[in-house]
Design a protein around this ligand. Sequence first.
Ligand SMILES: Nc1ncnc2c1ncn2[C@@H]1O[C@H](COP(=O)(O)OP(=O)(O)OP(=O)(O)O)[C@@H](O)[C@H]1O
Ligand SMILES: [Mg+2]
Length: 237
Amino acid sequence: MTAPVLAAEKINTYYGHSHILRGVDFRVMPRETVSLLGRNGMGKTTLLRSLVGLVKPRTGHVIFNGADITGNRPSFIARAGLAFIPEDRGIFPNLTVIENLTFAARPGRGTRPDWTLERIYSLFPRLAERRTHWGNELSGGEQKMLSIGRALMTNPDIILFDEATEGLAPKVRDEIWATLRQVAATGIAAVVVDKNLDDLLALAERHVVMAKGEIVFDGTTQVLKADEALIHRHLGV
Ligand SMILES: Nc1ncnc2c1ncn2[C@@H]1O[C@H](COP(=O)(O)OP(=O)(O)OP(=O)(O)O)[C@@H](O)[C@H]1O
Ligand SMILES: [Mg+2]
C-alpha cells in the first residue's frame, strides 16, 4: 500500500482558548490533487497552517514523507519539500522577480526533473518579461504567478495553495487554473483552497469539505457533484 505524502492525524489546533480544528484526519497521496472546501471561517487556512508549522496542533500529528514533523519550524518544513502559498502570496516587495524565484530555490531529490528559471518562464511568460521588476511593481495576478513559481523552485513534493485565485480578474484566474493543471501533471501533489467550486471540480480528483473545524465530506468529484444537499449546506451554492 502506498503511504500518504502528507497526513494530519487527529489534530486539534487552538488559537488561544478557541478550539479551531477538532480531531482532523487528512491525507494526501503522492501525485494527488485534493481540493479543500468549506464556508468562511470553517478552518481551511488553519489546517494548512497546522500542516506547515505556522501553528502547532495542541494534540495529534503531522506526518510528511513518513516523518513526524509536528511542531517543526516552518523553514525546516519548507526545506523538507512542503511548499505553502499563503493567501497574501508572501512576495518580497524589495526583491526582483529573479531574486524572488531564486533565493529559496533548492534542488529536488531526483524523483522529478528539477524546476529551473527557464521552466518557470515557459510556464509564465509574463514573469520572463518582468524578470528585473521589483516584487511590488507586479499586478496581483503576476504576484500570484510569482508565488507559484517560487514554490516550484523549491522542488517540493507537495504544494498547499490557499485561495488560489482570490481577487484576480477572470482571465487571470483561468491562467492560474490552467497552470495548476500543468503543475499537477508533473506529479507534484497539491492541496488547493478556493471559492470557485466548478474550477476545483475540474482540477482535483478528491475533495474535502470542512465545517466548524471538522471534516464533513471526503470523496471523489463524482460523489460530491451528486450530493446536492451537501453542496447547498456547506458550499453555499
Ligand atoms: N489568528 C487567529 N486568532 C484567533 N482566531 C482565529 C485566527 N485566525 C483564524 N481564527 C478563527 O479560526 C476559525 C477558522 O478560521 P480559518 O481562517 O481557518 O477559516 P477559513 O476556512 O480559512 O475561512 P476563509 O474561507 O474565510 O478563509 C475562524 O473562526 C476564525 O475566526
Ligand atoms: Mg482561509
